[in-house]
Design a protein around this ligand. Structure first.
Ligand code: APR
Length: 240
């Protein structure tokens, strides 16, 4: 006997664009992070080997920014949709798969959130595997709170490394009825390949300031700022 499932299972893939209006930079926009920082230096294991101090400073700076920003209307709208499911006002299920390492989805109230590229507010010990929550700066010589060895690194997925939670993500993609991308350039794999995986069984929607590079990949696109388009889409989904 199969378990009854909600009428609508939605997977939402978010990228840096959803946090732009909260004041966090994107990567590839004209004034984005990668216009000022070299990916090879701060976002690869090789770069970390070469200069762990440079890498720790880069992520310390981004972690410190989190204290000065708040979730925006787009984050809040997604949390509202999840709450509607919990309250029984909506016969659906939403899973947020985010490429973002900020904590704005959780601070907006979303619980079903998977960080496939890691989290800024976590470090990882390369000796004992501990992943302590971390709010302040850290330095390469900072000892791990569990094993006391100076082998901490950001708990972030760098280029050339395998993203986190892929089994859960793949299962959700296989079962979803609707797939929505918000504020992502769709240029980094494996996230950029999810659309091809779901197109045969799910309705697909892209929400972005710009039209997608290949509009034909999506059944529908909503072009505009996330803080305007996401609440609009959530209201539509709730039929209000
Ligand atoms: N509302 C909606 N979309 C926006 C907004 C906004 N206010 N501002 C920018 N965007 C869109 C841009 O048009 C662009 O398509 O957000 C996207 C940001 O793209 P990227 O900077 O490439 O960010 P992202 O897709 O999240 O990058 C993927 O690349 O560098 C790695 O690991 C990093 O997770 C990241 C991954």
């Amino acid at each position: 006997m199969t378990q009854p499932h909600p009428a609508e299972r939605i997977v939402v893939l978010t990228g840096a664009g959803i946090s732009r209006e909260s004041g966090l930079e994107t990567f590839r926009d004209a004034d984005g992070l990668w216009s000022r920082h070299d990916i090879n230096d701060v976002c690869t294991p090789e770069g970390f080997q070469r200069d762990p101090m440079l890498v720790s400073r880069f992520y310390n700076g981004r972690r410190a920014e989190l204290a000065h920003v708040e979730p925006n209307a787009a984050h809040r709208a997604l949390a509202y949709l999840e709450q509607a499911a919990r309250d029984g006002r909506w016969d659906g299920e939403i899973l947020i798969v985010t490429q973002n390492i900020d904590d704005l989805h959780e601070r907006a109230g979303s619980r079903n959130v998977v960080h496939m590229h890691g989290e800024l507010r976590r470090l990882r010990c390369m000796s004992c595997g501990a992943t302590p929550e971390w709010l302040d700066d850290y330095l390469p010589q900072t000892p791990c709170p569990a094993c006391h060895r100076p082998t901490l690194r950001p708990d972030i997925v760098w280029f050339g490394e395998i993203p986190m939670h892929m089994e859960r993500i793949q299962a959700a993609l296989a079962a979803c009825d609707r797939f929505v991308t918000i504020g992502t350039s769709g240029t980094v794999y494996p996230a950029a390949g999810f659309i091809a995986e779901v197109r045969d069984h799910a309705d697909t929607l892209d929400i972005n300031l710009e039209a997608p590079a290949i509009p034909a990949l999506f059944d529908r696109t909503l072009v505009g700022p996330a803080t305007r388009m996401v609440p609009q889409w959530v209201a539509e989904t709730l039929g209000s």
